[in-house]
Design a protein around this ligand. Sequence first.
Ligand code: M6R
Length: 369
Amino acid sequence: EKGGYDYFMLKEIAEQPKAVADTLLGRIDPSGSLTLDEVRISPSELREIDKVVIVACGTAFHAGMIAKYAIEHWTRIPCEVELASEFRYRDPILDGRSLVIAISQSGETMDTLMALRHAREQGSKVLAICNTNGSTIPRESDAVLYTHAGPEVAVASTKAFLTQLVACYLVALYLGQVRGTKWGDEIQAVIKDLSRISEEVERVLETMEPVRALARTLADKDTVLFLGRHVGYPVALEGALKLKELAYMHAEGFAAGELKHGPIALIEEDVPVVVVVPSPRGRSVLHDKIVSNIQEIRARGARTIVIAEEGDEAVVPYADHLIRIPATPTLLQPLVATVPLQVFACELATARGNEVDQPRNLAKSVTVE
Ligand code: M6R
């Protein structure tokens, strides 16, 4: 049932190109417009929305963080994203014009369920992004957009995450389409890139051997730090979460812009720091700032592991290890940048003799608060 792989996690990582393609399937028509049948909230209701609030836990929360960048950029609707466990108990401000998006692979996470129940009590519409047909969260929501990742068995979420991202992009683009905001060439170009993205994920998977080899050399480290900016920030958080759950190592993700506000004090000789570099073509300001961050941490002795787009030569002098990913539009980069981090964590777990599919103390779905 593991299809020849040692672990479900490896199989699920390998299934990502297909999972991504399946989640897009039938949702973009040849003219480039989107049809999301399962979103049973009418276009006129969606035009009334004045705020989007995303609630989720763990990896799904990281997908939500990335969704915020896409939703605000493409639709200009204010979007908040919050851990479901925090949201529920702080008396959030919601009403009939708020759209709440609950993201959950299992559809059974208690904190996310409680958050959506609370939202519906306030009269908000709830859209679930979920991987498990007929589970509680979609059943209790007004609408659902299913991710088509197929069953995810390993506790550490991989293919579900990538498909959650795809679903979030689809929702953001759909909101843009029905509201007519920014619905122009940029969006059409993004839709085109999105429909090709599964091939890019495949290409990343084909180049993962050096990442595995690198991970094996770090098995005796205590700490790995992750830095990112913009959508690379949630990717850094996701890389750190994967490493915690699987390798039981101290791992932390930071927004690179925060370095000087504290985290840089952690940099010492030979500490591995993974840096997710934004595209130099899109927001080149962000790219340049991160390149100087890499210089700064390297000057303090960090071992820099740099994830950068093909053709980005500016990072080369400062990268002790360079992991190349295909060029993608800025907002879509997490779909390719996360994959090496999954492989990295999985390999480190194996090298440290940990149980990959069933990490200690964790359950696949957390059905208690
Ligand atoms: O089933 P859900 O997506 O609601 O689960 C949320 C988290 O429990 C889950 O993503 C968890 O963080 C994973 N083990 C991460 O790999």
